[in-house]
Design a protein around this ligand. Structure first.
Ligand code: FAD
Length: 547
């Protein structure tokens, strides 16, 4: 029984949960991670298929600029001692239909600005202003977040916040479409060039917050984009290692079914059972439901999933802050293994954004997700083709080249289909997408020796996120108001640590949300738990028993 008592339990092992768990463990806490899948990491995993190592979710990692918050967390966890970051050779390139020459967005702030000015000299004023805005927003947000906000700070600064953090307040209310309209009017080519990768954040420029966009896009320009040597699994495994090195434990193929509450409505543990849908069947005793106890729970699963784990009478209060919040988009992926280097067929860049003919205005990005609503033959979606062989990843070394096509999807394209119809439609689309890839890079198609497609439905099943949402809630304008109100929840001791948490989606957002959860949990535990240390949960249980 003893080893079922922990200081914290993490439900799900996505990056948000693992970051919260690892930081909490570093404070001398015993942490248990419970993951329903057969790998740790959620979207940050790598799996094996026919001699091919497949990266599930990492194209590019940002967050390493001097106005970013991630380095603090990264350094605290000493992650550079455990994993190697590989700088990507260029940020992205844009390939528009209709014979337009490919345009490259280089790495580096000055380089990106210079390239934009060279390609679009007629938009000099707008381009300079654009980079000024990205910097201004990032500078304001960094100053605001890192200020020591005491009561006196609020008294002094509260009334003048909109003046002190002018760019932050102004662009909080603005969408990316509005920002671009303001800078470039209806000149669409420059918008495609600057923000071809908008799908890294959203499916709708008409709603995406310019504030969120400026923070993230500015981070790529300023701090660079990175891949992780050996794949994103290395990052997830490093975080699990930290948890275990501090006396914690981590379980795979176990689904959390219930969050246990004590008589005061505070969390006291979880009930979990073997996930029989994943991996091989194990010894019968493994199938039995088990319980583990802790006074703190980090919820890495989506809020709607956490809600279903709570006793009925607590569900409404827990879910109230999240009701009605729009979800981020789902993604589709087509993993591709090739027996020749894609560069032989004209793939010159790491990430190439292919913009189809029907996408005439930048706002047409919003239509990408509807392509799969029909059988192939009507409209092709836009996508990014990420060629991992441009980097020395240490993966797929035996004459196998790995790349991925990826774009925006919608659960409605797939969810109502029978199994047979789903697989038939998916197969038809795989063929159509590979044909399109061959049109973009003639000859490449003949060298595809492996392909496997994941849809919104796959994301929904694989990550257990509602509608396959990949980046948590949508990062819409007004951004500050659209964020979840807090990492704390209505359930005492339960903290959100995921892309649905305080800092939004992507690797960086999930990790920062996790870091925030660890911080909030420490504060809460200091105020509410009788003592800290690995026996705290026992004391809470003992308290509950005597109540
Ligand atoms: C194809 C793809 C490409 C992407 N590309 C990038 C990129 O290039 N750069 C970037 O920054 N971001 C990218 N992202 C987004 C980024 O990966 C995610 O936003 C982020 O990793 C989400 O982390 P998370 O902590 O919210 O957890 P998730 O990764 O969503 O994981 C949640 C975990 O909880 C587990 N879980 C759910 N329910 C239970 C339960 N009942 N019991 C136990 N476990 C449970 C799930 O199995 C899962 O492992 C991409 C995502 C995808 C899918």
């Amino acid at each position: 029984m003893d080893n079922q008592n922990f200081d914290a339990i993490v439900i799900g092992s996505g990056l948000g949960g693992l970051t919260a768990g690892a930081l909490y463990a570093q404070q001398g806490k015993r942490v248990l991670v419970v993951e329903r899948h057969d790998k740790f990491g959620g979207a940050a995993t790598v799996y094996q298929r026919k001699h091919l190592e497949i990266e599930v979710g990492l194209h590019e990692l940002c967050g390493f600029g001097h106005l970013d918050l991630l380095p603090q967390v990264w350094n605290q966890l000493k992650l550079d001692d455990r994993i190697e970051r590989l700088p990507v050779p260029s940020f992205f390139s844009v390939k528009k239909a209709g014979g337009h020459p490919q345009q490259i967005m280089p790495e580096g702030w000055n380089e990106a600005k210079a390239a934009a000015l060279r390609l679009f000299p007629q938009h000099k004023h707008g381009i300079l202003r654009y980079f000024q805005i990205l910097h201004g927003v990032r500078n304001d947000v960094f100053r605001f977040v890192t200020s020591n906000k005491t009561k006196w700070w609020w008294l002094r600064n509260g009334p003048i916040l909109p003046l002190k953090f002018r760019a932050m307040f102004k662009y909080n209310k603005v969408t990316v479409s509005q920002l671009f309209e303001d800078l470039f009017g209806d000149e669409e080519d420059i918008k495609f060039y600057l923000a071809a990768n908008i799908g890294y954040y959203s499916d709708r420029p008409q709603e995406l917050s310019a504030l969120f966009y400026a923070i993230a896009q500015g981070s790529y320009h300023e701090g660079g984009g990175y891949y992780i040597k050996g794949g994103s699994q290395k990052l997830s495994d490093a975080l699990v290692d930290i948890i275990k090195e501090h006396g914690g434990d981590a379980l795979i193929r176990r689904t959390v079914t219930n969050i246990l509450l004590d008589d005061n409505g505070r969390v006291s543990g979880v009930r979990h059972e073997k996930n029989l849908t994943i991996g091989k069947r194990r010894a019968p005793k493994d199938k039995l439901p088990r319980q583990a106890y802790a006074p703190v729970i980090f919820g890495n699963a989506a809020p709607v999933v956490l809600q279903s784990m709570l006793p009925l009478e607590h569900q409404q209060a827990f879910m109230a802050p999240f009701n009605g919040k729009p979800l981020s988009p789902a993604l589709w992926v087509l993993f591709v293994g090739m027996d020749r280097d894609p560069k032989a067929f004209g793939v010159t860049e790491y990430a190439t954004f292919v913009i189809p003919e029907h996408c005439r205005t930048f706002d047409d990005y919003a239509n990408f997700k509807t392509a799969f609503s029909a059988e192939p033959g009507h409209t092709m979606p836009g996508y990014v083709f990420t060629d991992y062989s441009k980097l020395d990843t240490g993966m797929n070394t035996k004459s196998r080249y790995f790349a991925v096509m990826c774009g925006i999807d919608d659960m409605n394209n797939w969810q109502h289909l029978s199994e047979a119809d789903y697989y038939a439609k998916k197969a038809a689309w795989e063929t159509a997408l590979l044909n399109d890839l061959d049109r973009q890079f003639p000859g490449l198609g003949r060298h595809v020796v492996f392909h496997e497609m994941g849809t919104a439905r796959t994301m929904n099943e694989y990550l257990n996120t509602p509608m396959g949402a990949t980046y948590g809630f949508a990062q819409n304008a007004p951004f500050i108001q659209s964020k979840p109100p807090t990492t704390r929840t209505a359930i005492a001791g339960l903290f959100l640590a995921s892309a649905f948490g305080s800092h939004g989606g992507g690797f960086v957002g999930a990790m920062l949300s996790g870091a925030n959860a660890a911080k909030q949990a420490k504060k809460w535990a200091g105020q509410h738990l009788p003592s800290t240390g690995a026996t705290a949960s026992k004391q809470v249980l003992a308290e509950a028993a005597t109540n």
